[in-house]
Design a protein around this ligand. Structure first.
Ligand SMILES: *Cc1c(COP(=O)(O)O)cnc(C)c1O
Length: 242
């Protein structure tokens, strides 16, 4: 049941915070509701969830229209430039900015509406060929370029770690991106903050919290397994082959 699964995740988040000597309110739990019907989102909402993550523009827009207004919507999937304007009015945070051209389009649409859009720069921290995100090596330059755009604000970094059987395998990657965010913060770039580190999913969010995540994105652990009409990892939406 969603209620029990959510409670279980919440408890594990609390325990990971305690182990790491961190306060629970340093970590935002984002409920990743992609592919799930609106009834389940309502159930999660009734349990107090206010941060929802989606990875497809059309699905995000449809769900935003049907859910209460005070929800914070997180765009966590690959975003095409021609779809930016569909989400720009209501999205709270775009986690998946990995090119200057995308940031530029967000800036144009944000300017038109007199808004400043908070974004994260997505880093492909393990250098996986199949994944979106800028390389760790290019991240600093990309941040410096995007920082010049007036209507976007970089708030931190995001990564999708490799799919592994043992979460411990991802600890070095979480450490590496955390260090990268410290290095960027130390540059004191105008308009750039590194307060958010979005990392950790169902398989590895506890390790991510121990390594400094401030946002974890949990889907399966809260809503149960996703059923795709296509098979394979590609359908998860974090993968380039979609
Ligand atoms: C689907 C997805 C998640 C959640 O994955 P689970 O393993 O189900 O928790 C997190 N982040 C991104 C970017 C996703 O696409």
């Amino acid at each position: 049941m969603l209620k029990d699964d959510l409670k279980n995740v919440e408890q594990r988040v609390e325990e990971a915070c305690r182990r790491a000597g961190r306060s629970r309110d340093e970590v935002t739990l984002i409920a990743v509701s992609k592919t799930k019907p609106i009834e389940l989102l309502r159930e999660a909402y009734a349990e107090g969830v206010r941060d929802f993550g989606e990875n497809k523009v059309q699905e995000l827009v449809t769900k935003m229209e049907q859910m209460p207004g005070e929800i914070r919507w997180h765009m966590i999937g690959h975003l095409q430039r021609n779809k930016v304007r569909q989400i720009i009015d209501q999205v709270s945070l775009i986690h998946s900015v990995d090119t200057y051209r995308l940031a530029e389009e967000i800036n144009i649409q944000a300017k038109k509406r007199g808004r400043i859009i908070p974004i994260l720069v997505e880093v492909n921290i393990a250098g996986e060929e199949s994944k979106f995100g800028t390389s760790a090596e290019d991240a600093m330059l990309l941040v410096e370029e995007i920082a010049k755009l007036e209507n976007v604000r970089i708030k931190g970094l995001m990564t999708v770690a490799p799919f592994v059987a043992d979460a411990e395998e991802n600890r070095p990657y979480f450490r590496k991106i955390r260090q990268l965010s410290v290095d960027i913060a130390n540059k004191n770039i105008d308009n750039v903050s590194m307060q958010i580190l979005s990392m950790g999913m169902t398989g590895d969010y506890e390790v991510a919290i121990e390594e400094g995540a401030t946002m974890v994105r949990v889907g399966t652990g809260i809503f149960g397994e996703r059923i795709y009409h296509r098979t394979g990892d590609a359908a998860s939406g974090t993968d380039k082959t979609v």
